[in-house]
Design a protein around this ligand. Structure first.
Ligand code: ZN
Length: 195
C-alpha cells in the first residue's frame, strides 16, 4: 500500500503563494461549486495562481473552493521532486467511469493541515473535462493520480477526505483543527502541512 499524502506532499518548489488557503472547518469548503461557462483568459490566470499557490504550499493538488472560489476548477502536479513541472489544469471535471477495484491510500489536504487518514477509493477512474484551451478532453488515471483526482473533485462538491471516515474520526480531526491558533495566518499551517 503506497504511502501518499495528496495535498501535503513536499514538492520543494519556490513560488509565491498568491491566494490564501482556507482551513477546515469552514463553510466555504462545504459548498457545491458551479460550472465554468468557458475557459477564457480570466480562468487561465486563475489556474496559474492556483498552481503557484499549490507549489508554494507545497502540495500536489488544489481545488478552487480551497481558495474561496466556488467554481469547478482544480490543478494537480504529481511530478517528482527535481523533475520538470507537469501541471494538469482541469475545468468542469466529470467522472465517467470508476473501476470496481478499490485501493486505500494515506491522504492529506492543505485545508486540513497535519491530518492524514487511509481513504479507500476506486483504484482507477476516467474523467471528462475542459483543458486550459477550453478543449474537451478525457483522461484515464490509476493509482496516485486517480486518488488525487477523486480527492480534488470531492472538493468541488463540498466533500473533504474526512467525510469518507466514520463520524467519530471525522469529528476528532475537525475538533483538533478548530482548536489550532489561526492568529498567525495561513503560513503557519502551510509550514505544518509539509511531510
Ligand atoms: Zn484537499
Amino acid at each position: 500500500m503506497p504511502d501518499l499524502s495528496f495535498c501535503g506532499l513536499l514538492k520543494n518548489r519556490t513560488a509565491m503563494a498568491k491566494l490564501p488557503i482556507i482551513i477546515a472547518p469552514d463553510p466555504r469548503l462545504k459548498i457545491t461549486a458551479t460550472l465554468v461557462d468557458k475557459v477564457d483568459n480570466a480562468v487561465r490566470k486563475f489556474m496559474d495562481d492556483l498552481l503557484d499557490t499549490m507549489y508554494a504550499a507545497p502540495g500536489i493538488g488544489l481545488a478552487a473552493p480551497q481558495v474561496g472560489v466556488a467554481k469547478r476548477i482544480l490543478v494537480i502536479d504529481l511530478a517528482q521532486k527535481d523533475s520538470p513541472p507537469a501541471p494538469l489544469q482541469i475545468v468542469n471535471p466529470e467522472l465517467i467511469w470508476t473501476s470496481e477495484e478499490f485501493e486505500s491510500n494515506e491522504e492529506g489536504c492543505l485545508s486540513l493541515p497535519d491530518q492524514y487518514a487511509e481513504i479507500k477509493r476506486p483504484k482507477s477512474a476516467r474523467i471528462r473535462y475542459l483543458d486550459q484551451q477550453n478543449v474537451d478532453r478525457e483522461l484515464e488515471a490509476t493509482g496516485m493520480l486517480a486518488a488525487c483526482l477523486q480527492h480534488e473533485m470531492d472538493h468541488l462538491d463540498g466533500r473533504l477526505f474526512v467525510d469518507h471516515l466514520s463520524r467519530l474520526k471525522r469529528d476528532m480531526i475537525l475538533r483538533k483543527l478548530s482548536k489550532l491558533d489561526h492568529s498567525d495566518g495561513n503560513d503557519h499551517h502551510r509550514t505544518m502541512s509539509t511531510v
